[in-house]
Ligand binder design. Structure first.
Ligand code: GLU
Length: 393
């Protein structure tokens, strides 16, 4: 199946992950806004009634816990964030249960931390749990498990979480809902700022400056959205970034393409759909070290068809053992791939720059291995990220 190429193909697709930000669900005093949450759910009801699937990645736990806990501003410490999320997540789910229930739908809460996906075994577990919910007609409502997440196991932002979830459930598309209508060439307040309707590849993002900061509540800004969109599209999943107020139109497959293109930003796929193993390897697993490679090796690795040989390795960083995940870094400092290394860091440091024949002569045939075998390697799309600016949205 080919990935949706247009907004209407995306809307008509069977399985979408829809991510909604904190500022779309809560008021400025730090309370849940049931009317806004209800409008979101109503906007999804038509799609569900038509037999299509929705996986909701919902922020808002911390924002909804601020008011009840008497926190005047976005939680500043980890302990405050955890407490706010603990209170807010329950309120959020109660409201989702009620709102989806009024459309005859059951919801299932799934709270994830990055620990659930950095290990291959737990990655598969999360995948099975989500797919089982979908098969039973349940709407999974996913958030980061903020009440227990510490810095080491955080996704950090729900945009990135949503990109992983989209991959886990093999979604046909990812919709990032926020309170602005798509990506712009510059902050909306700047003269000449225009909406970018389509992003076909990284060149469309060149020279664009995006805000790293979102609204007063929430962790994401445009920067995390663009980054998450890059993650999804490079693994074969198209992304629509649009305003929550446009949800009904965004999900209406009968709306003409010309009209649909008046809103939001559509990010086309830039890479092939990855298997679970390759996605985990390329983006989820925690790397233990870095292999610095020469330009020829970088080129070979990004083709996706060649192994990385010790002869192309010019430097080794970090301490790792055979079987660990490492990053492959080109001479410009860009991460071009990740893979499972056949060597320990100490051994690779000894054989780097040598041909397999030379390694065999010196160290014997058992030492003459690929640094990373091509089946254990995920090339990264060579995307250039837009540079952050410090203005607010
Ligand atoms: N997991 C966080 C929450 O639900 C996400 C915050 C955000 O990115 O807005 O509060």
């Amino acid at each position: 199946m080919t990935a949706p190429q247009t907004r209407s193909e995306l809307a008509a697709a069977r399985r979408l992950v829809i991510k909604v930000g904190s500022s779309c669900l809560t008021d400025t005093a730090g309370h849940l806004a049931p009317d806004r949450l209800g409008a979101l759910v109503n906007g999804l009801a038509g799609r569900l009634a038509a037999g299509r699937e929705v996986v909701l990645v919902s922020s808002g736990a911390q924002a909804a816990g601020m008011g009840p806990l008497g926190l005047p501003t976005w939680p500043r410490t980890l302990a405050e964030a955890q407490a706010a999320a603990s209170v807010g997540q329950g309120l959020l789910m109660a409201e989702y249960t009620r709102a989806f229930g009024s459309h005859g739908r059951t919801v299932g809460q799934v709270l994830l931390t990055s620990r659930d996906i950095v290990r291959r075994s737990t990655y598969g577990n999360a995948e099975r749990a989500l797919v089982t919910l979908l098969e039973r007609g349940v709407v999974p409502v996913i958030n980061e498990n903020d009440a227990v997440a510490t810095d080491e196991i955080r996704f950090g932002d729900n945009d990135r979480l949503a990109a992983f979830v989209a991959h886990l459930v093999r979604a046909d598309g990812l919709v990032l809902l926020t309170d602005v209508d798509g990506l712009r060439t510059a902050p909306p307040t700047r003269p000449g700022s225009v909406r970018i309707a389509e992003v076909v590849d990284s060149e469309d993002l060149e020279g664009i400056s995006v805000s790293a900061r979102g609204s007063a509540v929430g962790t994401g800004g445009m920067a995390t959205k663009v980054h998450a969109a890059g993650l999804a599209t490079s693994s074969g999943i198209p992304v629509l970034l649009t305003s929550v107020n446009r949800l009904a139109e965004a999900l209406d497959p009968s709306i003409g393409e010309e009209e649909a293109a008046q809103h939001g930003t559509f990010f086309h796929v830039t890479g092939e759909r990855l298997t679970g193993k390759r996605m985990w390897l390329g983006y989820a697993a925690a790397p233990r070290g870095r292999l610095l490679v020469d330009p020829g090796a970088a080129e070979a690795v990004t083709s996706g068809k060649r192994s990385l040989l010790p002869v192309g390795v010019v430097g080794v960083e970090g301490e790792f053992t055979p079987g660990d995940v490492v990053e492959v870094v080109d001479p410009t400092g860009m991460i071009v791939a990740r893979g499972i290394t056949g060597y320990s860091s100490a051994d690779l440091a000894k054989v780097k720059g040598l041909s397999l024949a030379a390694i065999q002569d010196r160290l014997g045939p058992r030492q003459a291995l690929e640094a990373i075998h091509r089946d254990e390697l995920t090339p990264h799309a060579r995307s250039r990220r837009p540079k952050p600016h410090d203005g607010s949205r």
